[in-house]
Design a protein around this ligand. Structure first.
Ligand SMILES: Nc1ncnc2c1ncn2[C@@H]1O[C@H](COP(=O)(O)OP(=O)(O)O)[C@@H](O)[C@H]1O
Ligand SMILES: [Mg+2]
Length: 233
């Protein structure tokens, strides 16, 4: 289980996170939403060790991780699908995947190329294409597939469906749903509230660096006034 307790983080002299707490358990999808600039990416980066946590704590499987560097956090079985995907542009699809392959989460049935290709058949059709030759949707699938190749038990996804066509997004949501059923813990940032309501166990809204509202499946408290207030939709 991931347990985040009252963490704060700064960018330079500006405080961005103001005491964020949340949990993500195995087999759960937790969705984080909020308008632009509210601190969602900062939170994801902080969990991955890419932005320093100044106070509070993060424990993963009972162990404190908030002072570890990113590579150590990855080795504890935490996979990141970063904002903007960041696939290796000059490596092929196959090389992007094999470059990071490891069983950091010590899964009994680790993900292989075959597994991730089965999850995202579009990638299976293009193993020799370079990262930069892929469409946005294919790059997003590759970014998720690459994160799976470290065999994480926790997956962090920042803007998972951003800028993608609805059908491609649907493939990604189905992929996450499948991973959840395999027992992965998933924390996903996105703005596709309808999709997130379908696949999430919990929905968190962030405003100005704090979690200001949350609800659990089947989201009895979520109505249009809440959406308008926190998402502007
Ligand atoms: N590298 C940075 N340096 C300074 N300020 C930053 C940096 N990255 C983000 N910020 C600021 O932190 C706040 C939160 O940003 P971010 O976490 O990216 O929000 P979100 O992902 O919710 O859009 C914003 O006010 C943004 O301007
Ligand atoms: Mg962001």
């Amino acid at each position: 289980m991931l347990m985040v307790t009252d963490i704060t983080a700064w960018h330079g002299s500006a405080q961005i996170l103001f005491g964020v707490s949340l949990v993500v358990r195995p087999g759960e999808v937790v969705a984080l939403m909020g308008r632009n600039g509210m601190g969602k990416s900062t939170l994801i980066r902080a969990l991955m060790g890419l932005c320093r946590i100044r106070s509070g704590s993060v424990t993963w499987q009972g162990r404190e991780i908030h002072r570890l560097p990113p590579y150590r956090i990855a080795r504890l079985g935490i996979g990141l699908v970063p904002e903007g995907r960041q696939v290796f542009p000059t490596l092929t699809v196959r090389e992007n995947l094999l470059a990071v392959a490891a069983n950091y989460g010590q899964l009994e049935e680790p993900f292989t190329l075959e597994h991730v290709f089965a999850l995202f058949p579009r990638l299976a059709e293009r193993p020799g294409h370079l990262g930069r030759e892929l469409s946005g949707g294919e790059q997003q699938m590759l970014a998720i597939a690459r994160a799976l190749m470290i065999n994480p038990r926790l997956l962090l996804l920042d803007e998972a469906g951003e800028g993608l066509a609805p059908l491609v997004r649907e493939e990604i949501w189905q992929g996450l749903d499948h991973l959840r059923r395999r027992g992965l813990a998933i924390l996903v940032v996105d703005r596709d509230i309808d999709a997130l309501l379908r696949i999430s166990d919990r929905l968190l809204f962030m405003e100005k660096g704090s979690i200001v509202w949350q609800d659990e499946h089947p989201f009895p408290c979520l109505d249009s006034s809440v959406k308008l207030r926190y998402l502007g939709v």
